[in-house]
Design a protein around this ligand. Structure first.
Ligand code: F6P
Length: 488
């Protein structure tokens, strides 16, 4: 795609996100003197935000502002700015270094112990130490300052995610004529849940400095407007059109579901050496390639519903002893946010449950469940998806969930079944999945059973429907839809 050929796109763009698209790490202890390429390794982020926005930035040019999380990030930059991608240098990456105290209060604090549990309807997990809000506000101010440094008055800025609810207001004050966009990548809760938010009115005030706030689904956009109506007395809310007028800005709340780079995932799956992937990841535990694989891929986040899924496997093997030995469950897990006790405990629980199920059902010839925390390249992951006969995506709540897009796309042999939580944003968009209530262990067990026993025609027909609905949501379309919703 030539991004600049699309009318709605700005001529250049400033993107703001917590995670950066490229990070630099020392390969050895830094030494005084000139830095050589041997001293530093560059890592490219693989998440949904980078795969959607990096191609856009490469085509448009501009600046991406993000947290300098790599230990060599600032050393390779000039006044915090480095041209990326390496070797292509088509846009600037402006890095904002954060102190330990800032990371604790902003990232581990208000972002991930207040907004994250709030928006995933886990308000019992909210923990709001006074320093969390102070640091969240201070870091948002620092990012706003970085944006002011790299923008002209009428530029377009696109903030990403719940890390930056306050920065838009700070930027708007200095840049009244700028066009400001935001995309909230996690769910937005109903007003009765948002009532739990400490400093909720300030969060809404920050976002209402934007011309457009994007959400994955219609209910998220509607909840946002209803929260504004309930909490911000001076705002005028048009619920029918999802438009808010406040402090001189007209803000449109739009449903704009994010998808994946469909061609990229498909290409990687087509080129995957599935025998090598099997050998590398499953060789010791599932030596027989005819044993079906049921797959789960996620960060170890308490919103993902992994314990219920393991309980469902337990229930299924209990109820259907004939299915013991007939398939293996593979859990690819990534450690995450371990500065927060709830995440450390969640990981321990998942690991313990995986062990328990293997002890209960395992035999000399059969490994019921395989658990891996290995970091996989995008190529290997696409190969693993292709090898799997079914995938389980059963979060309690999820903004979208891109694994639900990647797995069917990578099933390039036309065969594969998706069990999907009806509370993931993906369930509102994708057609052909076996949907479940993620808390209903018996229902998840039934869906796993069904995913393995669907007749071939039904499996293929469902997968084709999934693939067609995913294709429509390709990340290129997401970018275009966001800017089409902006001011003329
Ligand atoms: O889903 C929201 C999100 O911020 C994603 O954009 C990101 O991939 C994920 O959570 C990972 O979170 P973190 O950056 O805290 O590791």
């Amino acid at each position: 795609m030539s991004q600049s050929s699309v009318d709605a796109l700005p001529e250049s763009l400033v993107v703001v996100s917590n995670r950066q698209p490229y990070s630099h790490e020392w390969t050895a202890d830094p030494v005084e003197g000139a830095i050589t390429t041997d001293d530093v390794a560059v890592t490219t982020a693989t998440g949904g935000v980078t795969s959607a926005l990096d191609p856009l930035m490469r085509s448009l040019g501009g600046t991406w502002v993000a947290w300098a999380s790599g230990d060599a990030d600032m050393a390779v930059a000039d006044e915090g700015i480095v041209a990326v991608p390496p070797g292509e240098e088509s846009y600037d990456l402006k890095r904002v270094p954060l102190s330990e105290e800032e990371i604790e209060g902003y990232y581990h604090g208000y972002a991930n112990q207040v907004l994250w549990p709030l928006c995933h309807e886990e308000s019992g997990r909210i923990w709001a130490k006074p320093t969390y809000w102070e640091q969240y506000r201070a870091v948002n101010e620092r990012f706003a300052g970085a944006v002011r440094e790299v923008t002209d008055p009428e530029d377009t800025v696109w903030f990403q995610d719940y890390h930056f609810a306050l920065a838009p207001r700070r930027v708007r004050t200095a840049r009244p004529d700028a066009t400001l966009h935001h995309f909230w990548h996690i769910p937005w809760p109903a007003p009765t849940v948002f009532d739990h938010c400490p400093r909720g009115e300030a969060v809404l005030d920050g976002l209402l400095a934007c011309d457009v706030v994007g959400f994955h689904t219609e209910p998220d956009a509607d909840h946002f407007c209803r929260c504004v109506e309930a909490i911000v007395p001076d705002a005028t809310v048009d619920l029918d059109n999802s438009v808010v007028r406040y402090e001189g800005t007209e803000t449109r709340a739009v449903a704009n579901p994010l998808g994946i780079d469909v061609d990229g995932v498909r290409h990687r799956a087509e080129n995957a050496d599935t025998d090598a992937v099997r050998r590398q990841l499953l060789g010791d535990t599932v030596p027989d390639p005819s044993i079906p694989i049921v797959l789960g891929v996620e960060r170890l986040d308490y919103s993902k519903g992994i314990p219920e899924r393991i309980a469902a496997l337990d229930h299924l093997w209990e109820r259907r002893p004939d299915l013991r030995g007939e398939f293996t469950y593979v859990q690819k897990a990534s450690r995450t946010r371990e500065g927060i006790a709830a995440y450390r405990r969640y990981r321990q629980d998942v690991v313990a449950e995986m062990q328990r199920i293997n002890e209960r059902y395992g035999t000399d010839d059969w490994h019921p469940a395989v658990y891996t925390e290995r970091r996989l390249s995008a190529e290997t992951l696409a190969g693993l998806y292709r090898v799997a006969d079914a995938a389980l995506v059963t979060p309690h709540r999820d903004g979208m969930n891109l694994v639900a897009h990647e797995y069917p796309t990578a099933c390039v042999d036309g065969d594969g079944a998706l069990v999907l939580s009806e509370l993931a944003g993906a369930a509102t968009q994708l057609d052909g999945a076996l949907t479940v209530n993620p808390h209903d262990i018996a229902e998840i067990a039934d869906a796993i059973e069904r995913s393995l026993e669907l007749d071939e025609r039904d499996r293929r027909e469902r997968l084709a429907r999934l693939q067609a609905s995913i294709e429509v949501l390709d990340s290129t379309n997401w970018v275009e839809r966001q800017f089409r919703a902006g001011p003329d």
